[in-house]
Write a protein that binds this ligand. Structure first.
Ligand SMILES: [Zn+2]
Length: 720
């Protein structure tokens, strides 16, 4: 008897077995309908094997669906990713099928001539229609426009049977990229990097690289050149480029279109589902060569993936924390290994994990030192707020104000960077000290002046700012404490009423379209002073920007988690690197109360190596990543007692293990979210410990009731 293991989109740790009927031929990756209880459910065949009798009766596969088969290596990847993240393999498989679940694009309705039939009465308008149409087919409205007539004329010809309406199935055509369309001229560093990557691709086999170069050093040209040479040697090759932010995709798509004479496919949550389905099908059929996308593009069914680029690899946005918990960069490296492909991790400020791998010789290390074109790196200075404190209830000190004024007078642009949305991060009562929090979450409410509401950034809860303190009832006693971007912009407008100012945050640019519009206005010089969160610190090119002011350089350093210093260094490097990209030298001013902090000193000295060395030494001393590994178990539920009970049971059944410690259970840093209690256990292990194996053995010992949810986060990034 033949048995198929089928991955089903349910939170179960294994595939389910089904009997394969005699007449049915099945292969790994096939999509099937299988019975589960009273219903049929879609699954992916993980394995087909021959068995000699079994003591349990298996249900049979009901039907082989005629949807495309998942390529073998895509199934390998799905199974590996599930094991690595301790996720249900069926749910990982569902992630790989997501594009296929979208509706097909509606077929396009076009009109065409029926044979040589002519209308009974040939008016001038009708003649114009037939002339414009010729032997082709066209959408009716387009035809009417081309002929310069009303759509009624076209409809009349259809009614008379001279024209007919046909429905054309929309099959997305992805024009093949032309590697020779418009090659960039590369400097020697870029050429050497492109050579190394292209040689690795041609040589075949898994080859990971760190492409390491300061902002504006031309990393994109280098990896696009490598992609071009990949496509030259193998026109069927597929290239995937991952970006951390949807807002960055449009600029890259335009560059690729200019370089290759054909636009790449685009894949992220902002792409309409029918369009995503077309991309999925084209990738699976090998009809699409270059895909630009967000981390979820990793799950596309590539058939000939040769080159995988993770741009801005250090960016925390690659970590997905809702639903399936995974790090896009780590999974990209794994996918590259499974596909025997070349992987390029590109960054101006690589993550410590990636630098460590490069140091160990596990990744090839390609350095771009020279800056492309005439631009020079900005001069970075620390502004000691103890020497020049801002006036009460203002946030910009006098020296920074003067620098902004000078920049404005020269007709150049300023970016003020503050990684805090809204108007004020805390609202509290002057009378009793009560801090405004959301009713079912213990994070503080952030005041938003544009909308006049208090908003929880964690859950999205919002309320009108109350007149009375909800705790003591005092009237007009609530005060806004500290600045967000909106408040800094208010100060800027008072100081420079003639300047054109704007705020760039996820509130003012909530989607890709509005972000692009704002970026374009800034790039074209339509804004003098932009006050921005980290949304603006990533990869944009603003040629007239010559001053970056960091309002609170200490902000990230107060985060209290393992990567706080690293993240601050990366973010501030990216933000300050925005200044002076074209022919104008730039400068960056960092306001700080702690100019002696090693992170800020390294930043001011432009000394990444010094920062990395100091930070690595601290991590090594504590055996933290990249010298050790972490995993978090987050328990949550509405019933606090049930959550506590499971947490205690877990703590009481830790398997014996060496070179590994478990901390907790403790309240998670946000102990209450959407009315759910949260407890956390944290595991630290030496690098060579089988962390996943330990977690599996541990979790097998405890039965978790349905009322408590367990989230496993391997290599956690956020400590919320
Ligand atoms: Zn009060």
């Amino acid at each position: 008897m033949k048995v198929a293991s089928v991955l089903i989109p349910l939170p179960v740790p294994e595939a389910f077995d089904y009997e394969v009927p005699e007449a049915v031929a099945l292969a790994r990756g096939d999509q099937v309908a299988v019975p589960l209880g009273p219903r049929l459910i879609r699954g992916v065949v993980a394995e087909v094997r021959e068995t000699t009798g079994s003591n349990r009766r298996l249900k049979a596969v009901e039907q082989v669906l005629d949807d495309p088969r998942l390529p073998e290596r895509t199934v390998d990847f799905v199974e590996w990713a599930a094991r690595w993240t301790l996720s249900a393999p069926g749910e990982m498989a569902a992630a790989a099928l997501k594009g296929l679940r979208a509706p097909r694009p509606r077929p396009e309705r076009r009109v065409r001539r029926v044979g040589e039939r002519s209308p009974a009465k040939l008016t001038a308008a009708r003649a114009a229609v037939l002339e414009a149409l010729g032997p082709r087919s066209m959408p009716g409205p387009d035809l009417a426009r081309a002929a310069g007539v009303s759509s009624g004329v076209v409809k009349g010809l259809v009614d008379e049977g001279v024209l007919e309406v046909v429905e054309i199935e929309a099959v997305a055509a992805f024009d093949p990229p032309d590697p020779d369309h418009a090659p960039a001229s590369l400097n020697p560093d870029q050429a050497a990097a492109a050579d190394a990557i292209a040689e690795a691709v041609t040589g075949g086999g898994f080859a990971p690289f760190l492409l390491d170069g300061v902002t504006g050093s031309g990393k994109t040209e280098a990896y696009l050149e490598a992609a071009a040479r990949t496509l030259k040697t193998d026109p069927a090759a597929q290239v995937l480029i991952l970006l951390p932010e949807i807002a960055l995709t449009q600029a890259l798509i335009e560059r690729i279109a200019a370089r290759f004479g054909a636009a790449p496919a685009e894949w992220h949550s902002g792409v309409a589902p029918p369009k995503r389905r077309q991309v999925w099908e084209a990738v699976q059929a090998g009809r699409c060569n270059i895909v630009v996308g967000a981390r979820s593009a990793l799950f596309l069914p590539f058939v000939n993936l040769r080159l995988l680029v993770v741009d801005e690899e250090h960016d925390g946005s690659f970590k997905q924390e809702e639903g399936l918990v995974y790090h896009g960069r780590d999974l990209a490296v794994a996918r590259g290994r499974i596909e025997a492909a070349t992987v390029v991790l590109a960054s101006a400020t690589p993550s410590l994990e990636t630098l460590w791998n490069a140091h160990q010789g596990r990744y090839g290390w390609l350095k771009l030192a020279a800056r492309h074109g005439a631009a020079v790196l900005p001069q970075i200075s620390l502004l000691d707020l103890r020497q020049a404190p801002p006036d009460p209830q203002t946030w910009l000190s006098q020296p920074l104000r003067e620098a902004i004024g000078e920049t404005l007078a020269r007709g150049e642009q300023t970016l003020l960077f503050l990684n805090r949305r809204g108007y004020a991060p805390v609202v509290l009562c002057r009378a009793c000290g009560h801090r405004m929090t959301a009713p079912d979450t213990d994070s503080w409410l952030v005041e938003h002046r544009y909308t006049g509401r208090l908003v929880c950034h964690l859950t999205g809860f919002s309320m009108v700012r109350p007149k009375l303190c909800p705790s003591c009832g005092a009237e007009d006693s609530l005060v806004s404490v500290g600045p967000g971007v909106e408040r800094v912009e208010e100060e800027v407008r008072q100081l420079f009423p003639e300047a054109r100012t704007a705020v760039f945050s996820s509130d003012t640019a909530p989607d890709g379209k509005s972000a692009r519009a704002l970026i374009q206005t800034m790039a074209e010089g339509g804004i003098d002073i932009l006050v921005a969160t980290q949304a603006a610190a990533k990869g944009h090119n603003f040629p007239h920007l010559t001053l970056v002011g960091v309002v609170d350089a200490d902000l990230g350093l107060r985060g209290g988690d393992l990567r706080a210093a690293e993240r601050t260094f990366q973010l501030l490097t990216q933000a300050t690197g925005r200044a002076g990209r074209a022919d104008k030298p730039g400068r960056a001013v960092l306001q700080t109360w702690t100019p002696e902090h090693p992170v800020l000193m390294a930043l001011a000295a432009g000394d990444r190596d010094a920062f990395v060395e100091a930070e690595m030494a601290e991590r090594e001393a504590a055996s933290l990543p990249p010298y050790g590994r972490l995993a978090a178990l987050i328990l949550s539920g509405e019933n606090a007692a049930a959550v506590d009970k499971v947490a205690r049971e877990l703590a009481g059944s830790i398997p014996n293990a060496e070179r590994l410690e478990v901390y907790g259970p403790a309240d998670a840093p946000l102990a209450l979210v959407r009315g759910r209690r949260r407890k956390r256990l944290l595991v630290r292990a030496d690098r060579d410990v089988d962390l996943q194996g330990f977690l599996r053995a541990w979790l097998a010992r405890v039965k978790i009731p349905a009322s408590v949810r367990l989230n496993v986060d391997v290599d956690p990034y956020s400590f919320l």
